[in-house]
Design a protein around this ligand. Sequence first.
Ligand code: FAD
Ligand code: UDP
Length: 389
Amino acid sequence: MPSSYDALVIGAGFAGAVAARELAERGGMQILLLERRPHIAGNAYDRTDHADILIHQYGPHIFHTNNKRVFDYLSRFTKWRNYEHRVVANVYGTLMPVPFNLTSLALAFGPERASQLEEKLLSVYGPEQKVGIIELRQSEDPDLSMVADYIYDHVFLHYTMKQWGTTPEQIDPNTTARVPVFLSRDDRYFQDPYQGMPLDGYTPMFQRILEHPNIKVELSSPAEERLTLGNGALLLDGEPFTGPVIYTGAVDELFSCEFGRLPYRTLNFQFETLDQEWFQSHGTVNFTVSEPYTRITEFKHMTGQVNPEKTTIVKEFSLAYDGSPGSVPYYAVLSPDSKILYESYRNLANQYPNLYLLGRLAEYQYYNMDAITEQALLLSDKLLNKEDR
Ligand code: FAD
Ligand code: UDP
């Protein structure tokens, strides 16, 4: 009976699971959570494969945050494996740390020339500073401009072309700024104070988040089969539903793409299990000058799983999302035009006073897991305090 639920949540990823738990636990609300897929955990879903290797079905997920509230919250549901992600770019066979740093500089230019360039970089930007490639390319100093061109050509251009189908200048500048040039010898991918992997995996962590007597999860349940929108009212199974409805899917799909599709990139994942202990030296190797795929990840580095005989890797191939059945929108393609289109959908959503858009898809943002968890906690605060949205 729809009326027996106080809130409806669509999607069992970080956004939906955390919001459902908060409303159930702190608000004492009865929650119905509908998930289209046959499993929980959204894109963070992990499972063992046929060789019993723990893999991330939707691409490698490494948790990192500087948000203590988020870390403490998730720590209620998991212990952590200490893991600091390190990535290298394969540049014609040389493995250089990414983000490009002072170690990469020495590998690219040789120790002597690199030390002159290092001195100049540090005098202009300062030690331990992070500089976006777009900013570095604006330098008028001939040495720095040469370094910027090298990094642009060998780290950013081809990888970005593969990932986004266009050049680094043409994509949202915040995207390349996620991987700035780092004037340091710290070769970790993230510098956040809290980083690691859920000790037993993501899916068990989600099981614990959703394990609450007030939460009913229905898998393989696309919202469109149960939820109807029209004239500012939401119907669940044909009956008016006036409690909060938290929607974490793609917002254009919620409205049958009536203004046209929001642009996304999707990925094809090619998994390979090999009869060897290790395939590569690092958790992830980025292919920045060659290969049609962007990167190869070897899961055992991240999960700490021990298996002397087998290892599983995944290659990622990026392409435009066209909404065809089975394909998944992974990355919002942010541009002035797509932001305007998104706003038109958000305005439509605002006509439903009890509808809340939450998450990477529904908010059309390039959010990491920690940012989504924070957003879910903040929305729950707001709903529980009954503030206006
Ligand atoms: P999702 O995880 O996408 O969950 C949304 C859920 O809603 C899905 O399960 C979907 O099936 C369901 N759904 C959608 N529409 C409907 C519907 N109509 N009816 C029912 N259910 C529906 N972040 C990090 O912090 N670190 C990383 O290392 C990292 N690596 C990533 C690698 C890749 C390849 C990708 C794509 C993302 C990565 N992220 C990473 C980002 C991370 O995946 C997201 O921040 C996080 O999953 C967002 O959670 P969410 O709940 O908003 O969305
Ligand atoms: N990027 C790049 N080369 C790299 C790593 C990243 O060009 O070796 C660019 C690329 O445009 C990518 C963006 O920086 O999409 C963000 O990289 P990140 O690793 O944060 O992407 P994600 O892990 O979210 O796919």
